[in-house]
Design a protein around this ligand. Structure first.
Ligand SMILES: NC(=O)c1ccc[n+]([C@@H]2O[C@H](COP(=O)([O-])OP(=O)(O)OC[C@H]3O[C@@H](n4cnc5c(N)ncnc54)[C@H](O)[C@@H]3O)[C@@H](O)[C@H]2O)c1
Length: 289
């Protein structure tokens, strides 16, 4: 990702050596933030990787699920970090899905006026969307993502082996955001995905490729419109107007975000068809997936 002086790597690799060869040698202390579900599955593994290499590691675990993006959890993170001796030279790590990446990103942006942070996404949605681009946020009582800042990580490490423990519904949730990139940008990528979905089997190579394509498109857009000021970044919101309406109307209980986006893209295509802004063939393609 090339954002002038804030350029950073998005590493797609299952190799821990690749990761440790990139992280800053001068950082000695890491503050790993994760949620209650991921803590049970992957926290010990990551902590050990760091400790084996001589780093200090402190951890904090927030509530899993959308409720985790709360002022209460943010406040818990500030207290926990201070108590653990996390200072301006420390680096926060977001180990998790979009909930952790949004909350930990906001924490990193504001703790001691901003400390470094690394994204290690563990859901397909986070690997292709929320871990890149620097949007961080928490929810307030009456609104989603109301408090937040743009704050870019120093590194994103996408390791698809984390997906092995992810439930199938969450995989499908991420696929919806991936196909969104194909609809917006790339007909060839759409055909590739269409073939893949016919087979129903997705290999590691396919995951790496889909993630690579999605991240590349997101990075290209964010590089040109980091803070959504010139309208370009808004193209990534395809389907999101309807999706947010659907999520709000159902109190975030019935649909995962990607599921709402999939329905939202269909509604948006239907409206375009009605307004004669898209062809029947285009609508059919959206409907198929
Ligand atoms: N900042 C952005 O640009 C951006 C973009 C898209 C979405 N988002 C935000 O992302 C959030 C949704 O993220 P999400 O879909 O990743 O949901 P999530 O973070 O809630 O994760 C989904 C569930 O999967 C569990 N989980 C995560 N990784 C796992 C793994 N490897 N194995 C087993 N279980 C695992 C989590 O504990 C959780 O229960 C929303 O709050 C949305 O607003 C942000």
């Amino acid at each position: 990702m090339r954002l002038k002086e804030r350029k950073y790597d998005v590493l797609i690799s299952q190799s821990t050596n690749d990761f440790f060869s990139i992280i800053k040698k001068q950082t000695k202390t890491f503050f790993i933030i994760t949620d209650t579900n991921i803590a049970k599955l992957h926290l010990k593994y990551l902590v050990n990787l760091f400790r084996q290499r001589g780093y200090n590691v402190k951890t904090a675990v927030i509530t899993a699920g959308e409720d985790g993006k709360s002022i209460r959890n943010l406040s818990y993170l500030y207290d926990k970090a201070l108590e653990a001796g996390i200072d301006r030279k420390s680096c926060a790590i977001a180990l998790g899905g979009g909930v952790v990446s949004d909350t930990a990103g906001f924490f990193a942006a504001t703790y001691m006026r901003g400390i470094d942070f690394i994204q290690i996404p563990t859901t397909l949605l986070a690997m292709t969307d929320s871990s890149i681009g620097g949007k961080t946020a928490i929810n307030i009582t009456n609104g989603k993502n109301i408090a937040g800042v743009f704050y870019q990580p120093k590194l994103v490490w996408i390791n698809i082996s984390f997906l092995e423990s992810l439930p199938e519904r969450q995989i499908r949730n991420g696929l919806a955001e991936i196909i969104k990139y194909a609809f917006i940008f790339d007909y060839k990528f759409y055909n590739y995905l269409a073939n893949l979905f016919e087979n129903e089997i997705i290999s590691s190579k396919d995951f790496d490729y889909m993630i690579y394509k999605s991240c590349s498109y997101k990075a290209k857009v964010v590089e040109q419109d980091e803070k959504e000021t010139n309208g370009l970044r808004a193209v990534l919101n395809f389907g999101h107007t309807y999706a947010h309406a659907l999520e709000t109307a159902t109190h975030y209980k019935n649909f995962l975000h990607g599921e709402a986006v999939a329905i939202g893209m269909l509604f948006a295509a239907q409206l375009s068809l009605k307004l004669k802004l898209c062809k029947q063939e285009t609508y059919n393609k959206v409907k198929k997936y």
